[in-house]
Design a protein around this ligand. Structure first.
Ligand code: F6R
Length: 672
């Protein structure tokens, strides 16, 4: 046990202050070779819903798609099986376009059939047109397919199918899955297969997926098999909802939560056949398989806007609760931090001599904050790296390296590929994730789930704060197991964390000035953000939020770097948001930031200063002062980030943008 008392204010009760190491964390995305495609990549981050039961399926599927629209919103479509006919409707643009088209048709059974699949799409290839929207039908019109992922050998398959006379209608890879499935089902029938009905369809799907390379979730219906939907999953999310006399399939549980809270998470390379009364899971070889059953402990209202104008505002408001939930039950009676799934021994953690954090975007910023906490509490090196860069630079990893992968969705391809690279190098991997049963936690050696509930807005808010909490907990867990912090020191930090939800509620109640400021800033051409120590990642996060939501030029800088170049950007009236550290923690740090504020002011900047309540001296340097509750330095991002989230959200709204679904973005980035 080290003799130094370790605190959560970034300081140590030591005679001489240790040097500040300023590190960043990285995020990871998966990459994939699309050698058969002429364009570079074909990202699909789609939402998928399937239903079989006795109720009219169309409305159930449309409601589910509305909850999944965050996954993609370039086009949407449905296929309904009714009286031996498949009825489809699909439209480019948002779900509203599809609903309008459906409203204009009447009397053909599309609203009454009780088997349906639906899709909402995010595409960068093949164009978001009606023609490329899913579902895709086989040439004989018997089979309808929807798809999330990329079929990498699509070029070869398409050429093969075209050689047999199949005419393609769309530019998508999905269409070849529809033609293949129909051909496999037909071939089975013609060969006199003993299988019939749903089993025949499932066998056709098995034969089809065994010909596909790449990542996919596929859902299919067959005109000859009303009352069945078959699905297959490889490297792409799919969950099953178990109802009473009805069953559901979806990319995530929010699509069916108003109907059932009993769910099954499918494993890799599994096929599931749902009928009103049964759920049958097999693997790609045809052997019986099982999924992981779980109960969803949040309800449908959590997936609705709850009276707010935007999901983002609702999710910002939920942050106190999300933090409290993430902390719930984390301290055992013996004073030890409790993770959710641990397939590592204490000795594995004691052996850790280096930590890497990998993540993308906002989760990367959480990792940057984590670096300060982990190094401060553990005195071991911690590096933070963008997941998309990690594996390409051949990082030095071994058994004693702990890699922490942070991801809200648990499906971010860059992060997943970096994680797999780390595992290949024998490193231990610990995931911080908000999505139960998603790929990243499944492939990790240990998991700490952030209990933030569903995050629907594309821009991450409550996920960020809960990721910070998870990072603090992991830093403390490591320190405790490695014997560098006493249980009471850990408990003191956890206790302080437990007080942050109340502080945050107070802060959220005082955001009227920030809203007014946002309206004022809506015409700015550039907004700069500066901070030091943990305030630096907060500055980066503030700038990222503004870029992605308001489509404005925004940059975050380490305040000390300003004079090395970026200060030249400052012109008369340029808004500069300054994140000021607590004077109670590192006085010297706070004074340095105050000097930086003076430097930018002297060059005409309009300063928006975020400082701790009671730091009255800073007021004279602020054109706008935003006060946040007193918080120890390392934990301060839990407060200082929040006004920046609101600022970005309100500026975007004032500029007339879609706050929840900013252009060009999707919630889950499942391609590299
Ligand atoms: C920004 C944002 C993204 C995500 C990033 C990683 O507001 O949401 O930058 O943080 O795409 O996503 P996850 O956490 O799902 O891996």
């Amino acid at each position: 046990m080290s003799g130094a008392a370790v605190t959560c204010d970034g300081s140590r009760a030591m005679a001489t202050e240790p040097p500040f190491n300023q590190l960043c964390c990285a995020k990871v995305r998966l990459s994939r070779t699309c050698h058969e495609r002429k364009s570079a990549t074909l990202p699909f981050m789609c939402g998928i819903v399937g239903y079989v039961g006795s109720r009219p399926a169309l409305q159930i599927v449309l409601d589910g798609l509305r909850r999944l629209e965050y996954r993609g919103y370039d086009s949407a479509g449905v296929a309904v099986v009714d009286d031996n006919v498949i009825l489809t409707e699909k439209r480019a643009g948002k779900l509203a376009n599809l609903e309008k088209a459906l409203g204009e048709r009447a009397g053909d059974g599309i609203a009454s059939g009780s088997t349906a699949i639906g899709h909402t799409r995010w595409a960068t290839h093949g164009g978001p047109t009606d023609r490329n929207a899913h579902p895709h039908l086989s040439a004989d019109g018997r089979v309808a397919v929807i798809h999330n992922g990329i079929i990498e050998n699509f070029g070869r398959l398409r050429a093969e199918l075209e050689a047999t006379g199949v005419e393609f209608i769309s530019d998508t890879d999905t269409e070849c899955a529809a033609h293949l499935l129909a051909a496999e089902v037909r071939a089975l029938r013609e060969a006199g297969s003993e299988l019939a009905g749903p089993q025949l369809l499932a066998e056709g799907m098995r034969r089809t997926v065994n010909r596909l390379e790449g990542a996919f979730t596929l859902l299919a219906t067959d005109v000859a098999v009303p009352g069945a939907v078959v699905a297959a999953r490889r490297n792409s999310p799919l969950v099953v909802g178990r109802g009473e006399g009805e069953n559901f399939l979806a990319s995530d549980v929010s699509a069916f939560i108003e109907h059932t809270r009993e769910a099954i998470e499918l494993g890799q390379d599994q096929i599931v056949l749902i009928t009103p009364g049964a759920i049958e899971i097999t693997d790609f070889a045809g052997a019986d398989a099982t999924g992981k059953e779980f109960h969803i402990d949040w309800d449908a209202s959590a997936a609705e806007k709850g009276g707010y104008d935007y999901f983002m505002l609702k999710e910002i408001a939920e942050q106190p609760q999300a933090i409290a939930d993430t902390l719930l039950g984390r301290l055992s009676e013996r004073g030890e931090i409790v993770l959710d799934e641990v397939r590592l021994t204490d000795q594995d953690l004691r052996d850790v001599d280096k930590v890497f954090i990998i993540a993308c975007g906002t989760a990367y910023h959480a990792g940057m904050v984590a670096k300060y906490a982990i190094e401060h509490w553990n005195r071991i090196p911690c590096e933070v790296e963008l997941a998309s860069e990690f594996r390409y630079r051949d990082p030095v990893l071994d058994r004693s390296t702990l890699v922490i992968a942070i991801s809200q969705s648990g499906e971010t391809m860059d992060t997943l590929m970096a994680l797999r690279h780390a595992k290949e190098q024998k490193a231990r991997v610990l995931a911080i994730c908000n999505t139960n049963g998603s790929t990243i936690p499944r492939e990790s050696d240990a998991v700490l789930y952030t209990h933030g509930g569903p995050e629907i807005a594309v821009a991450s808010t409550k996920a960020f704060l809960t990721q910070l909490v998870a990072c603090y907990l992991i830093g403390l867990h490591l320190a405790q197991i490695r014997g560098v912090m006493y249980a009471d020191e850990v408990a003191a930090v956890v206790d302080r964390l437990r007080r942050t939800p109340d502080d945050l509620r107070d802060l959220l109640g005082q955001m009227e000035d920030v809203r007014a400021l946002a309206r004022d800033l809506r015409t700015a051409s550039t907004v700069l953000f500066i901070g030091r120590h943990v305030g630096f990642p907060v500055a980066l996060e503030g700038a990222l939020k503004l870029k992605e939501l308001a489509y404005m030029h925004a940059e975050g800088f380490a305040a000390g770097e300003l004079k090395h170049g970026p200060i030249a950007l400052i012109d008369e009236g340029t808004p500069v948001v300054c994140v000021v550290p607590s004077p109670a923690g590192r006085g010297v740090l706070r004074d340095k930031v105050v000097s930086n504020i003076q430097e930018v002011r002297a060059r005409g900047a309009r300063t928006i200063v975020i400082a701790e309540e009671g730091d009255n001296a800073v007021a004279s340097y602020a054109d706008h002062l935003i006060s946040v509750p007193r918080t120890p330095t390392l934990l301060a991002p839990l407060m200082t980030t929040v006004p920046l989230q609101i600022l970005a959200c309100e500026i975007a709204a004032a500029r007339g943008h879609d706050v929840d679904q900013p252009r060009n973005l999707a919630k889950s980035v499942t391609v590299e």
